[in-house]
Design a protein around this ligand. Structure first.
Ligand code: A4P
Ligand code: MG
Length: 167
């Protein structure tokens, strides 16, 4: 771990849950690159990964189906620094930000939880308000919490399942 000792990080590690989503381009590769980029962030390591699920798109416009995956990470980055880092990873994945929410994207990285912290400011809402509405996030969260409890190692590469379990 490489803590930085500045305002972007704190001394202690927090477990955060990050949801990945992709429905444009080579979706599997997008998730793989995102995992590698997250693992390379300062003071951050991946502890567990859910399976990759194929889900029906939720949103106002017709768009391709998503691949979704949830990660548990241990990080010393503050919530806002983690958000900045994830936005940069999205940008590098070719994400074009539309004015309308919930449209197709190469990569989306959302912070679902950050320890027990609650935030609601102009940049960040944690826990993510959609957690209660998305069955697939709740399933993935339950899966990686169980995996953390069992002490299993992160096996992100082998976790692909093609699924139409939907939302
Ligand atoms: N922001 C606030 N809270 C958070 C948070 N906890 N994590 C702000 C990440 N970002 C957060 O995001 C807009 C702004 O939200 C960010 O700049 C940050 O300051 P965005 O990525 O530009 O917009 P968005 O993703 O379209 O909107 P939003 O509200 O983040 O939506 P979601 O929840 O990300 O939904 N269907 C399926 N099947 N699977 C999906 O993964 N995802 C979405 C996007 C829609 N439909 C989907 C899926
Ligand atoms: Mg988002």
């Amino acid at each position: 771990m490489n803590g930085r000792g500045d305002a972007s990080s704190s001394l202690s590690e927090v477990i955060a849950y990050v949801a990945l989503g992709s429905n444009l381009g080579d979706r599997e590769r997008m998730l793989g690159t995102a995992r590698a980029d997250i693992e390379a962030l300062p003071g951050t390591r991946i502890l567990a990964c859910s399976v990759v699920e194929e889900t029906e798109p939720i949103g106002p416009v017709e768009q391709p189906s998503y691949l979704n995956q949830m990660l548990a990470v241990a990080t010393t980055l503050t919530p806002h620094s983690l958000l900045d880092a994830l936005l940069e990873i999205e940008r590098r994945a070719g994400r074009v930000r539309e004015s309308q929410r919930w449209t197709a994207r190469t990569l989306d990285c959302d912070i679902v939880r950050y320890g027990e912290v609650e935030i609601d400011d102009d940049r960040l809402t944690i826990p993510h308000p959609e957690l209660r509405n998305r069955d697939f996030w709740q399933r993935e969260l339950g899966e990686i919490e169980a995996s953390l409890r069992s002490g299993a190692e992160a096996t992100c590469e082998r976790n692909w399942v093609s699924s139409e379990r939907s939302t």
